[in-house]
Unconditional design. Sequence first.
Length: 513
Amino acid sequence: MTDKDTILEQLKSEITGITAGPKLEHVGTVTRVSDGVAEIRGLSQVMYSELIEFETEKGAVLGQALNLEEHSVKAVILGDREAVREGQTAKGTGNILSVAVSDALIGRVIDALGNPVDGGPSFKAETMKRYPLEKIAPGVITRQSVNVPLQTGIKAIDAMIPIGRGQRELIIGDRQTGKTAIAIDTIINQGKDVRGGKPVICIYVAIGQKESKVAQIVEQLKKTKAMEYTIVVTAPASAPAPLQFLAPYTGVAIGEYFMDQGRDALIVYDDLSKHAVSYREVSLLLRRPPGREAYPGDIFYLHSRLLERAARLSPEHGGGSLTALPIIETQLSDVSAYIPTNVISITDGQIYLEPELFYQGTKPALNVGLSVSRVGSSAQTKAMKKVAGTMRLELAQYRELAAFAQFGQELDASTKQKLDRGRRLSELLKQNQYHNMPFEEEVASIFSAVRGVLDTVEVSDVQRFEKELIAFLRGRHDALMKKLREGAELTKEVDEALKAACDDFAKNYFKKS
């Protein structure tokens, strides 16, 4: 090789990797930092919700641009608040806040930014897609009607307040009345109610919860093997308000990934009351004007743009679905407060849990009068629709008559009969946590009540009667139960066979104590 060739080779190696033209960066300077909010001069090209990098002594710290003002930008700090100081450089990344999604998330516990917090291995970014946290909800044309049931395994809900795939059903009530219990039972039941060979992918978003409570829930999900199809997104009470604000958007972005694949997903927001409080804190720190109860004016839009993303897509758009179960905590049963009324008006119905019923030992403490599903029987199988059609009315009548009967009035035979059946029905609908029932067992249980089989059973024996009846049907009439499950329809033949089996058990096998 000549000297000329050597010089050429050296020049080639020097210029390799140099791109044409200078690299443009949008840079600003931090002018003020207070309570996790940084005010930045410059960054004139920054977008709303853009990811910002603060150059600190401890390395890059991330932030999110939320206030785009005339002479400055205000951003919430998503990392180490203490590391960001006045005078430091802030760079716009050009990327809207997003989360890495893939099937690798299933079975993991992650934070609001998508980082694992369960001690497991890190995710491989190159194998994952990125989904934006903020996204426009599917339009009317891309949706189809909600008519496929999402079984909870809880008799009272599946019979009277059915939930369909793609629905948004609010769970509302005072603290410690069993709201989370219903959501966790629903998640656990998805492993038992498998349609199409795959369970519904479940996402549990814990907002502002104690870390010990989240750990207990994860442990229970592992024990029941529900973590095999569940993702937990946690922003605990110890996390900064901006991360609690972002957590449900991270969860819904993950849910949309599975929905876009044509799969069914379920997301639980536990709870949106704490989410509203975290957003109020962020807004007040950003010096946005306070409104009613100091909540910002866009608090309704905050929750509506989150919950509208739940949908059941039409077959042309993949046919996937995302079902949302938001939870709201009320104070002293006040459902007319600001945040509860906001979320009630966005959702397709609510499951209202009443403290008085809970303290009386009725679990789930379902208030039949205030609970409603606006999808209704469209999200029920034909068998359940036929069996439970009159049950809601009977239970509502019983509650009214029971309130009247406590004054000791003389009652006619018809009223006594309604009260007796109502007591047995109320007892039958009691169900402990983690005791989910398969669809066919729910139908058989409710069938025995509405067809009068339970009328001769003492109220104190109802729970035992139900347990022994199910065991009897499983042992002696398994083909009938299988037909009920597979057909999901109460044909005349199945109806007569089930009635005969229930009567046979009540007369010949159930031994009254």
